[in-house]
Design a protein around this ligand. Structure first.
Ligand code: AMP
Length: 486
């Protein structure tokens, strides 16, 4: 498959693709577009950066170009579910761009903004509705939208929706869509609950997996600086103040941390803005726009911006704090070196974060070159509920680590099995997962595959599920932190 013209797309769609400057379909597009045009369900392992949005949007627009009938009032022909407001807005932008020679209507339904305009946008019926699950449920309950006329559903970034605890909402939403429909599910990784979702809601899907994370990683110059925690802000200012920094994202683990870092950068005279879950949707949109158009050069963010966001020319990603979920590291640094460009990822690792670094290196399969020897005096950060990170690991002897403050703090007593020790508070996101699928554990093989590793490649032979199991458990904890802190 060499050209878009070989795919059998309508003239209006081809013209828009050409206007975007695309000449060749990406691997996911070459596989997904024909399958969707045939009316098949699709289960795709792919993440942002692969061209997956066009892979599902172009066939939708093609169908509307062939046969356009506006859906009845308060209903939608196609529903696209996405985990974050930013990603939903980005998908809607893509629909508008790829559909600029068509006549389709598109509406966005997300939380954090007034519901009135959304109700109005859906009142006459809408061709393509892009929504986050929570706000969509509100509108369904309020009678502003019904899904009984919906013929196509796209679940985008399904694993992130799982991490954010949206599985019960997604199942409820899917139960309201007629079973005679076309469904596509896209996910960066394919943990068991996502497979289960696919089994329940997809009909004999075409399975497509594209390896992508490996590619950007090759183009990223990754460095670790072993530093004292107290020196991090000063070092950060030196790094982002350097002349080779065109546009940078600085990742912190918590919302408060993001604000503090933003203030210290601003105090140093640098152009920085923060984005995280405590900001209003208006602020988030404005900040992201300012970053995209170059009015702000440094974006300080929690993991809310680690995935899905596609901003060009990010020359540097700085991990002010290392993520406690190794997979997040890959998502974070993937914000740079996009579209074939190179990029730099610098991680400031203090003494308490060395273990996180080891987990990351285990996941990516190599040692990241490091400089400095600071951090020896850094104590592990105190956590509520007692039990230091090392204490927890050493204490239970199974390599199972309690996530740092965010998840521990948010562990709900009701989710804690009776015999669990106080060092093993169960994170809230794990609770959310178990709500969806009791007893299910995910697997990180999908990501390993995309990183170009053999699935389970880090697993010592003869010990199935060794490190992989503990890594996933940490991920589950981290999901909570991502949800609560992002
Ligand atoms: P996505 O994975 O959908 O977020 O897309 C990542 C980026 O790739 C976006 O900036 C798209 O504009 C771009 N893109 C999508 N399809 C193509 C293509 N066939 N050729 C070149 N760029 C593309």
């Amino acid at each position: 498959m060499k050209n878009f013209t070989d795919l059998g797309l309508a003239e209006t769609v081809l013209k828009a693709v050409e206007a975007e400057g695309y000449t060749t379909p990406t691997p996911i597009q070459a596989q997904v577009i024909p399958a969707m045009l045939e009316g098949r369900d699709v289960l795709g392992t792919a993440q942002t950066g692969t061209g997956k949005t066009a892979a599902f949007v172009l066939p939708l627009l093609n169908r509307l170009a062939d046969d356009h009938q506006r859906p009845p009032p308060k209903s939608c022909g196609t529903l696209i579910l996405a985990p974050t407001r930013e990603l939903a807005a980005q998908i809607a932008d893509s629909v508008r761009a790829y559909g600029k020679y068509g006549r389709q209507s598109v509406a966005v339904v997300v939380g954090g903004v007034k519901p009135g305009p959304q109700i109005k946008a859906m009142a006459r019926g809408v061709d393509i509705l892009v929504a986050t699950p929570g706000r969509l449920m509100d509108h369904m309950q309020g009678g502003a939208i019904r899904l009984d006329q919906t013929t196509t559903v796209i679940l985008d970034e399904a694993d992130q929706m799982l991490d954010l605890g949206f599985m019960p909402a997604i199942r409820k939403i899917m139960s309201k869509v007629p079973s005679k429909r076309q469904t596509a599910l896209l996910s960066a990784t394919m943990p068991k609950p996502i497979r289960a979702l696919a089994n329940d809601f997809l009909n004999n899907p075409v399975e497509v997996a594209v390896a992508t994370v490996a590619k950007p990683i090759e183009l990223i110059d990754q460095r670790v600086m072993l530093v004292d925690r107290s020196a991090k802000r000063r070092i950060l200012i030196d790094i982002v103040g350097a002349s080779d920094v065109e546009r940078a994202i600085v990742f912190t683990r918590t919302k408060r941390g993001a604000d503090k870092v933003q203030r210290s950068l601003a105090d140093a005279g640098l152009s920085a803005a923060a984005i995280h879950g405590n900001k209003s949707q208006n602020q988030r949109t404005k900040t992201l726009d300012a970053f995209k158009n170059g009015n702000v050069t440094i974006l300080v963010a929690t993991d809310i911006a680690a995935r899905g966001i596609d901003v060009e020319n990010i020359s540097h990603v700085i991990n002010f704090e290392l993520p406690n979920i190794p997979e997040s590291y890959v998502h974070r640094i993937g914000r740079t070196a996009r579209a074939g460009k190179s990029g730099v990822a610098v991680s400031l690792c203090d003494g308490a974060e060395r273990e996180y670094l080891r987990d990351i290196e285990k996941l990516v399969g190599y040692k990241i070159s490091s400089t400095g020897n600071g951090g020896a005096g850094d104590e592990p950060e105190p956590r509520r509920g007692g039990g230091g990170r090392n204490g927890s690991r050493n204490g239970n002897g199974n390599g199972n680590r309690q996530p740092r403050d965010g998840a521990a703090k948010n562990a709900r007593p009701g989710n804690r099995p009776a015999r669990r020790s106080k060092h093993k508070a169960k994170p809230a996101a794990q609770g959310a997962r178990e709500e969806a699928r009791p007893g299910n554990e995910g697997d990180s093989d999908g990501l390993a595959r995309m990183l170009g590793q053999k699935p389970g490649g880090n697993r010592p032979s003869g010990k199935p599920g060794g490190p992989r199991r503990s890594s996933r458990k940490r991920s589950q904890g981290g999901g909570s932190e991502a949800r609560q802190s992002a």
